[in-house]
Design a binder for this molecule. Sequence first.
Ligand code: AMP
Ligand code: FES
Ligand code: ZN
Length: 262
Amino acid sequence: MKHVRGRMIVAVSGGKDSLVSSIMLKRLDIEHELFHINLGIPVFSDESLSVVSEFAEQYRLKLNVVNIEDYAKKTIPEYVPFAKKMYHKDKPCALCGLFKRYIMNKWAWEHNFDYIITGHNLDDAASTIIMNIMGQNIDQLFRVAPVIERKENVKMVGKVKPLYWVREDLIKQYVSKNNIRTVQATCPYAASVHQNRIKDALRTFEKTEHNFMVNLVKTIKKIQKIKNISISKNVEVLPCERCGFATTSKVCKFCRIIEKVD
Ligand code: AMP
Ligand code: FES
Ligand code: ZN
């Protein structure tokens, strides 16, 4: 984090990781605001908003809230039939992830922030690497990084993951020791079951093979360094013809989806 300078916004879901990221920044005296996307999911989104609002008040941080439908036309539950019809998926999770990333970047860009801080932790990084290895996604494999720098030409705000090297069980311990209120409701659609299975396997492995996850992530970093592979070397990132934000095709995924939605 030391070399990262500028206006920072922490994207808070109400979950432990993003709230702890904000606390870490506070402890390092790094000024920041909070950003929350209301996904419109009954119970889950209501509780998330209540948690982040209480957190902002307690830590005296400015909270910025947007509603997903103001950007993506519909709430996440309203996307369920669309996900089924267009992608043959029972759950809207992939669309939700894509919308969140797009909205975070657009909002931060339009409000002149230099970096978006997210709560991704070591378990997220290690499991993403394994998933990319399993899928032979070499381009994506080297995109997992704690800091991604801003790119002016494609309106891409910098990204920082302060908990990138921190195991999830340690974050859980910190939250319970410090009595930090986090969202208890779970998203009714639940995140990728596949990634959760990989995380469970990694945690089991970690118990006997100490520091396995750190070593896995460091090995990928070393290969990247030795082979001089830049994060964006293999993929050409261009401005979207419609919105001007980053894409690897002519029109970004977000714009393509929104065009299909009534
Ligand atoms: P996820 O993709 O749900 O695992 O979330 C990854 C990161 O994105 C979290 O650690 C947060 O920093 C951020 N995030 C997730 N959901 C939201 C949300 N509703 N509003 C703002 N930021 C979010
Ligand atoms: Fe997005 Fe569950 S949080 S679908
Ligand atoms: Zn676009």
